[in-house]
Write a protein that binds this ligand. Sequence first.
Ligand code: PHE
Length: 467
Amino acid sequence: MSEAKNTSFSGQLGFVLASAGSAVGLGNIWRFPYLAAKDGSLFILIYLLLVLSFGFALLLTDIAIGRKTRRSSVFAYYAISPKWRYLGVLTFLVPAFIMTYYPVIGGWICRYIAVYLTGLQEAAADSAFFTSFIASSGSPLGYGLFFMLITGLIIFFGVQSGIERVSCWLLPVMFIMIIGIAGYVLTLEHTDANGQTRSGMMGLVYFLTPHLEDLTLSRFLQILLDAMGQLFFSLSISMGIMITYGSYVNKEVNLGKCVLQIEIFDTVAALLAAVIIIPTIYVFSGPEGMSAGPSLMFISLPKIFNVMGTAGIVIGALFFLMAAFAALTSCISVLEPIVANIMDVFQSARKKTTVLTTLFYLIAVGVIVLGYSTFYVEVKLPNGSTGQLLDIMDYISTSFMMPFISLLTCLLIGWVVGCQWITGEVERCGHAFRTKALYTFMIRYLAPVLMTILFLQSTGFWNMLTN
Ligand code: PHE
């Protein structure tokens, strides 16, 4: 494999598909539909506005940092300003933490694919199925390690032969599946025990109807914060991923255009996931049936797939396969910046670095999997929730570090080196950057304020301060 093939994407398309693969993940499938159902279409409107303004600015910043410095986070921040090198190390730690638990969830998804392929759909419809599965040791361990190994294998083959090739296949297939399932869901109809019939189309109307009757200022702020937190996680911002991917982009590529395309992929996937999940839950469980996170995906949906009969087996298998693809393209984007940074720091070769990193993470993933059995703990987190090892890793990386890093990055770019450091990179080769003024305003003023609020809210300090 030539050196160039190992260190850059083949072109704009490969880069956009790989980045969209990173962006489209569990956040789109289990978090966006839940928030859309909870907060209504006002959430979607605010989310769309934030994607185009705030999300655009932050994603562009990450990618431009990568392309301009041609380095992953540790050295990229050093290249911007040696005094800020610790920010690079901090950024490196985000994927390093996420990598310990993302394959665990990927493994759960693989278990559910196996459920539908082996006729266990009735057993899986019992709420205890999921909890007893994750609380056992052998099975979740096997699936988690399997998912980790596949991720390591893809990274082993490098940027073009690994990441780009897999993303170029999986992303389009995933979109076809998601569109197909959404289309089917809209034709559903079900009459419950009270004789009430609900259809998928009614669910869609419910999803799109703004519920503004009880809108108060504090609820509006809550929706804004929900949208911001979701956007952040969904676009894989401020975790070094997009810096690393950006460092593999050719200098001629129009970054502004790429960011827009990545955002379109990510947002359309989130909306389609909502079109699958909200009407399905609405038809079979009514508007109150919506739950969040793992219980939505691994408890509520399997119950419904079981009620659907034979069609439910097909839809269940396709749904979890689609989710596995989404998780895999995100998971490789978490491992890549870790491997790339280690290669940078130790001047080591990709294959050797990947093998050693994968071995390390096989152990780490094993520990996190066993966090529901052998290493069971109950820790009260500052945001009020109680969690096991997986939740602790998630809290540290996504609730605590991501908004904090984003805040510091905005201060560094907006106030220390100046926004022209980024805008110059975007305008390279004569590409127009029409929203430059908006970008500068976002990075210097709005983003730091919003990031501070988001940081206080997602860490739970906001509630401590206001109570
Ligand atoms: N962007 C991914 C999603 O929406 C989440 C992700 C988190 C991806 C962490 C990579 C790393 O699910």
